[in-house]
Design a protein around this ligand. Structure first.
Ligand code: KIV
Ligand code: NA
Length: 265
């Protein structure tokens, strides 16, 4: 195997090879995802929802993100590990953004950071890049701004927001981002953005005209069931599989079937 780098991803776009990306927040899951041959592992701040049970991504802290990222990095042999900078750890000013990015890189060993937003984070992106840290952008539905949007519905359906998004994507490319996540926007708009930029656009709910796809691993495994957006394809019904396994175990314990003669010393 060869390690995936930010340059690999840009080369993949040039060749027209799609980029696969999934989330992981812990060692065991990261080991399976990396071993399966995924290109990019995102230590997403979706850990706030998936791991901690919060309603939004806002509460997760930088320390908690670093804990998740550290666990993931220990498992990786090939994938590029991108770590979300959480809400409140980069919005105040570019210096704070750089400090947070440095902590993530130094303490977790991750390979790149991801920030949400466009022109409002331009100076922060530049500052982080000047320190030699690769930055992935995130536009469209940016969950750290959910209280501004007021809804998790599709973004940039209207002309004005679509124009802003296109300008922001170009700005992020010019600032030096190596890729951008586009979340929950019309497929035609996402395709237009992907075609107009040289850096890869990785979509989630952004159609098939982009350069790669990302999903939350727990969602695509069917471990979560309250979350049912149209873009989510479930590859397993892990919720049912696990429930069956747990029920079987409970039965086996209650009936004294487990452990048997061979399962003891
Ligand atoms: O936190 C996350 O999982 C993300 C992806 C959905 C892109 O940002
Ligand atoms: Na995120």
């Amino acid at each position: 195997y060869k390690r995936i780098t930010t340059k690999t991803l840009v080369d993949m776009k040039k060749r027209g090879e799609k980029i696969s990306m999934l989330t992981a927040y812990d060692y065991t899951m990261a080991k399976i995802v990396d071993g399966s041959g995924i290109d990019v592992i995102l230590v997403g701040d979706s850990a706030s929802n998936v791991m901690a049970g919060h309603e939004t991504t806002l509460p997760i802290t930088l320390d908690q993100m670093i804990y998740h990222a550290t666990s993931v990095v220990r498992a990786i042999e090939r994938s590029l590990v991108v770590v979300d900078i959480p809400f409140g750890s980069y919005q105040s000013d570019p210096k704070e953004a750089l400090r947070s990015a440095i902590r993530i890189m130094k303490e977790s060993g991750g390979h790149a950071v991801k920030l949400e937003g466009g022109k409002e984070i331009k100076e922060s992106v530049k500052r982080i890049l000047n320190a030699g840290i690769p930055v992935m952008g995130h536009l469209g539905l940016t969950p750290q701004s959910i209280y501004k949007f007021g809804t998790y519905t599709v973004r940039a359906k209207e002309e004005e927001e679509a124009e802003t998004l296109k300008a922001d994507a170009l700005l992020l490319e010019k600032a030096g981002c190596f890729a951008i996540v586009l979340e929950k926007v019309p497929a035609a708009l996402a395709e237009e953005v992907a075609k107009s930029l040289t850096i890869p656009i990785i979509g989630i709910g952004a159609g098939n005209g982009v350069d790669g796809q990302v999903l939350v691993t727990h969602d695509m495994l069917g471990m979560t069931y309250e979350f049912n957006p149209r873009f989510l394809r479930r590859y397993l019904d892990m919720y049912a599989e696990m429930t069956n396994a747990f029920k079987q175990y409970i039965d086996d314990v209650k009936s004294s079937d487990f452990p048997n003669d061979k399962e003891q010393y």
